[in-house]
Design a binder for this molecule. Structure first.
Ligand SMILES: *Cc1c(COP(=O)(O)O)cnc(C)c1O
Length: 499
């Protein structure tokens, strides 16, 4: 069964730029610089009670068919089956743990033990299906710049997927030891990793330059290739993230933790605003969510935005112990701005132009009134560590630094509002991924111990087995050694493609 056959995606900067879901997935970003959004937000044709007893894969199908309406049932089910399989270390895919008054939705049971796996394990299959549907027979070359997490998760997703290649650029001196080891040991004949002598911004600019270089694009097309992006603004990443909020709700119902139609709150540690936007879409589609609690670290642009109505990126960039949220431009916020501007491409484009030119924009009071679903706050470094220590001491549960930002912000929210609504906290990374920060927060005696030597102690105190993602890389051979200057990125790509 298909739902709304004629759902299309339009650019947030030009309403006339209108494509199908599969075309939006292939393109990633709209050519006018905008982001693709559904031209009308779908309404779920089921109620959560109907999904009781269903597997993650079954729930994924029920949710995703509402958004990817040009995929057939067979296509979508096949993508889902290929993505959510034994790559995950639990059949539940996204299990929940109750601790200290909240349900932690663990989104880190995939290959790279961070929540990016939830979407990046299905994106390659959605992309290949999209290529087939649109008559694209060229090999798809994914170009990605990463500050650590995305690149590894994207490679793990695209590894040995026929008809694709992936090239990841990372700042040679800008990632953690574990992150670098994870990338350099990446297997798969179609994966390439390149360290650049530069920072993340230079890697990002280099990738954007290649996407927009007509000569290079023509050259690779002649050889049967075409570029695409696995960036978090792709709706092929956003839509799979809606699934786990529905799944979590259904599991709470199934286990008698909430009653039918009872509203829940959701807390999301936020960087690029992708994960929390997925929760917002779930709410808009009919999932009973009350508050969407947006948790930031010291890069608190979003907190300031929710409390003042002004988005201002003109401030120092803070390096924190939750690095995957160290971001001053939350790209996916543009989709929310478009919504609250009454789906006005003109208003949105004006604000984004102001952001690009001056680094700041201010929304109207009328737009602010539409943000009532959101609550924003932030946690500094000490508060983040305190949250890790406290939940460990009271419940024996170990959470990572990103999740701890959410836990801390949830504490502030409860203190302010005394709201007792049942709450789900998105747990976005395994504590094994940020070993040093986590262990030092629990006990300062670990401060001088190397990351790799903390694997055993964490396993001991948490009682959680060491994930394959960690044990595998300890002894795995290094398979990538390319390093280049930022100006040489194009040449490196050409040489990988045999041009
Ligand atoms: C990417 C990431 C986030 C931020 O998610 P957004 O969708 O960018 O808001 C939070 N935690 C971890 C561990 C991440 O890797």
């Amino acid at each position: 069964m298909r739902y709304s056959m004629d759902l299309h995606y339009v650019s947030t900067r030009d309403y006339l730029n209108r494509v199908t879901a599969s075309q939006a997935i292939l393109q990633g970003l709209a050519s006018d610089g905008g982001l693709y959004v559904p031209d009308q937000l779908p309404q779920f044709d089921f109620s959560p009670e109907d999904l009781i007893g269903k597997t993650y894969q079954e729930v994924a199908y029920e949710v995703m068919r509402h958004f990817l309406t040009d995929f057939t049932e067979e296509e979508l089910k096949s993508c889902i089956a290929l993505a959510y399989d034994s790559k995950f270390d639990t059949e539940e895919i996204a299990p929940m743990t109750y601790a200290q008054g909240a349900y932690y939705l663990e989104l880190f049971h995939g290959k790279t033990i961070a929540f990016k796996d939830m979407a990046l394990s299905i994106l390659p299959h959605l992309m290949l299906t999209s290529a087939r549907k649109n008559g694209v027979d060229r090999e798809i070359v994914i170009l990605t710049a990463t500050s650590g997490d995305t690149g590894k998760a994207a490679m793990a997703g695209f590894e040995d997927v026929k008809g694709t290649r992936i090239i990841v650029f990372y700042p040679k001196d800008g990632v953690s030891a574990i992150q670098e080891r994870q990338m350099l040991t990446q297997t798969g004949d179609n994966t390439h990793v390149v360290g650049i002598h530069g920072n993340f911004d230079q890697a990002q600019s280099g990738v954007k330059r290649m996407f927009n270089d007509p000569v290079l694009n023509e050259k690779i097309r002649e050889k049967g290739f075409q570029f695409s992006s696995a960036n978090s603004i792709n709706i092929g990443r956003l839509v799979p993230q809606i699934v786990y909020y529905v799944y979590a709700y259904v599991k709470l119902l199934e286990n008698g933790k909430i009653g039918a139609k009872e509203k829940i709150n959701v807390v999301v540690p936020t960087g690029n605003f992708g994960n929390i936007l997925a929760a917002y879409y779930a709410k808009r589609a009919g999932l009973p969510i009350a508050k969407l609690i947006c948790a930031s670290n010291e890069n608190r642009v979003l907190y300031d935005f929710f409390s003042t109505g002004t988005y201002n990126k003109n401030r120092p960039f803070q390096v924190t112990n939750s690095p995957s949220m160290d971001i001053l431009i939350s790209s996916n916020l543009e989709r929310l701005i478009y919504e609250i501007a009454g789906e006005s491409d003109i208003v949105n484009a004006g604000l984004m132009d102001s952001l690009a030119r001056k680094g700041i924009y201010e929304i109207t009071d009328q737009m602010r009134q539409k943000l009532g679903d959101f609550y924003g706050n932030y946690a500094d470094e000490d508060q983040t560590e305190e949250a890790i220590r406290e939940i460990y001491q009271t419940c024996g549960y170990v959470i990572d630094t990103h999740t701890a930002v959410a836990a801390s912000v949830y504490g502030k929210y409860k203190a302010e509002t005394a709201d007792e609504t049942k709450t789900v906290i998105a747990s976005t990374a395994s504590p094994y991924k940020f070993l040093h920060a986590v262990m030092t927060a629990i006990d300062p005696k670990y401060a001088n111990v190397e990351d790799f030597d903390l694997i055993g102690p964490l396993s001991e105190i948490s009682g959680c087995p060491v994930p394959r993602a960690v044990s595998d890389i300890v002894a795995a051979p290094i398979r990538h050694d390319t390093v280049c200057e930022p100006e040489q990125m194009d040449q490196v790509v050409c040489s990988f493609l045999g041009l």
